[in-house]
Design a protein around this ligand. Structure first.
Ligand SMILES: CC(C)(COP(=O)(O)OP(=O)(O)OC[C@H]1O[C@@H](n2cnc3c(N)ncnc32)[C@H](O)[C@@H]1OP(=O)(O)O)[C@@H](O)C(=O)NCCC(=O)NCCS
Length: 257
């Protein structure tokens, strides 16, 4: 119990640059008080003392401005920063190391009793101020929800969801990167191909260099022909293209084509 409170305090000192001392965190952080009191409310709830659980939760809301249903499951080192106006629903689950700012709702969109109506946050999720996460889906580990986002669909691990309705900005970035990479002649990730993405990238570069060499050779040939028809003399650069031939097939074999 005490060691859990100690780790709660430590995580606040680590995540809030404004926090200056253990004493300050212990006495002035409603997010910490809400988490400690929720453990009491949750224990009452799970031991069949439903009314008492609700009452402790109600008192906590009065004292801290944070409303956590006693049935909600909250992991270790969860930090409600500022946290006034936060609502956490009955079937919500919050993983270890999550950070939740003021005005956040982890709410439901259906009225079925007993069903999983509220979201599950994975480990290390950050939910920005004013965000509304509504429904019984999962926000994956390490995901970020932007301030004021309205999220009604699952968020993949590590992704960032912003806007109303929320869109995943990580996925958009990946698409842009993939487009740019394919213009250069290879796939940046290569995960849809069956072999090593690094050798695919190498092969793309080799093919690209080979095609450039082919175009340069054709240009030299054209210059050569022009020169020959003008003064009937040999062109030295034309010889150079023959001497320094780029062996694409040989190099491709080296990287495993
Ligand atoms: C969502 C968030 C985590 C994204 O941070 P990030 O990964 O550094 O992303 P960026 O700042 O690079 O922004 C990426 C894009 O998302 C947009 N974006 C970021 N936050 C947004 C938000 N809350 N709503 C809408 N769009 C947002 C940016 O404008 C940018 O768009 P662009 O690519 O078209 O320019 C951050 O903006 C956020 O909202 N954090 C919550 C902070 C908070 O609530 N603090 C309260 C302190 S009291």
């Amino acid at each position: 119990m005490l060691s859990r409170i100690r780790s709660d305090i430590q995580c606040i000192l680590e995540r809030d640059p404004a926090a200056r001392s253990t004493w300050e965190v212990l006495t002035c952080y409603p997010g910490l008080h809400a988490v400690i009191l929720h453990r009491l409310a949750h224990a009452c709830w799970t031991h069949g003392l439903k009314w008492l659980g609700r009452f402790v939760s109600h008192i906590t809301r009065f004292l801290t401005g944070i409303e956590i249903h006693p049935g909600a499951t909250i992991g270790n080192r969860v930090f409600f920063d500022h946290a006034m106006g936060v609502v956490v629903g009955e079937t919500a689950e919050i993983g270890d190391d999550c950070t939740i700012y003021q005005g956040v709702t982890l709410g439901g969109t259906s009225l079925y009793k007993g069903a999983k109506r509220h979201p599950t946050l994975g480990r290390g999720v950050v939910v920005g101020a004013g965000a509304q996460v509504l429904g019984g889906f999962t926000v994956g580990d390490g995901a970020k929800v932007g301030s004021n986002a309205v999220v009604t669909k699952p968020v993949p691990a590590g992704a960032t969801a912003v806007g109303n309705p929320a869109r995943i900005i990580q996925a958009e970035l990946d698409v842009k990167r993939e487009e740019a990479a394919s213009k250069m002649g290879f796939s940046a990730y290569g995960v849809t191909q069956s072999d090593d993405p690094l050798s695919q990238a190498m092969r793309g570069l080799i093919d690209n260099a080979s095609s450039h060499e082919h175009q340069i050779a054709m240009l030299w040939k054209a210059i050569d022909t022009l020169q020959a028809s003008r003064d009937k003399t040999n062109c030295v650069p034309g010889d150079a293209t023959l001497a320094e031939h780029f062996e694409a097939d040989k190099l491709n074999q080296l990287v495993g084509k």
